[in-house]
Design a protein around this ligand. Structure first.
Ligand code: GSH
Length: 209
């Protein structure tokens, strides 16, 4: 199996962490977003959105969208707790996956773009209006996450699931991207546990943006 990725990207990190958690070892193909490698016609033929992560299974089955790839890998493998077959537990995991796509990743993404991507690509100073909007989103949805984690080790049930990997994926950049995470003690405690997971450690990019 192959995974086209850009190592600092939270979108590819969550897929790689899940793959490693499951004991998989995909061939990694680096796509340098700053150098525009995602615009190569061969890559666009795989993913017309020209976005990483993009996954190809051993039989040629090709899939894009990080959440769909995580779900596919978890369904493909057995003997793990990442994606329960119980319909209510799975629905709960799906709820957090959808929440991550709709609310949490866009909130975290503001800081990553304004502080890291712009710096990396020489796109100028952070936009204060964008950061103000980011603060509104981050504080609003961060409170939901922090409250939920109170007295819970993981987001759903007693074991780490896809929900944890998905929601955690931007937080590696929390400090360098100046996310206002300071007041969210439960998120910090939970993320410290994520950082102890073998799949998370093994998927860490060698260099940050
Ligand atoms: N919803 C997508 C988002 C993927 C995404 O935004 N990837 C970015 C890097 S973080 C990308 O490839 N951007 C290149 C482009 O849009 O041309 C997913 O979860 O897989």
């Amino acid at each position: 199996m192959k995974l086209y990725h850009f190592p600092p990207s939270p979108n590819s990190r969550r897929v790689l962490a899940v793959a490693y958690h499951l004991g998989l070892d995909p061939e990694l193909i680096d796509i340098s977003i700053p150098e525009g490698e995602q615009m190569n016609p061969d890559f666009i033929a795989l993913n017309p959105n020209h976005k990483i992560p993009t996954f190809i299974d051993d039989d040629g089955f090709t899939l894009w969208e990080s959440t769909a790839i995580m779900q596919y890998l978890a369904k493909r493998e057995s003997g793990h707790t990442l994606y329960s077959n119980d319909i209510k537990v799975q629905a709960d995991i799906n709820k957090w996956l959808a929440w991550n796509i709709s609310h949490w990743s866009p909130a975290c993404g503001v800081y990553v773009f304004e502080y890291l991507v712009k710096n990396f690509l020489n796109l100028g100073d952070p936009d204060l209006d964008a950061l103000k909007k980011g603060d509104e989103l981050f504080l609003r949805f961060g409170e939901v996450l922090d409250d939920h984690l109170n007295n819970r080790k993981w987001l759903v049930g007693d074991n780490v699931t896809l929900a944890d990997y998905a929601v955690a994926s931007f937080l590696d950049h929390a400090e360098t991207a100046h996310m206002p995470i300071g007041k969210f003690k439960q998120i910090q405690r939970w993320y410290a546990d994520i950082e102890t997971l073998d799949g998370w450690k093994k998927s860490a990019p060698a260099n940050f943006m």
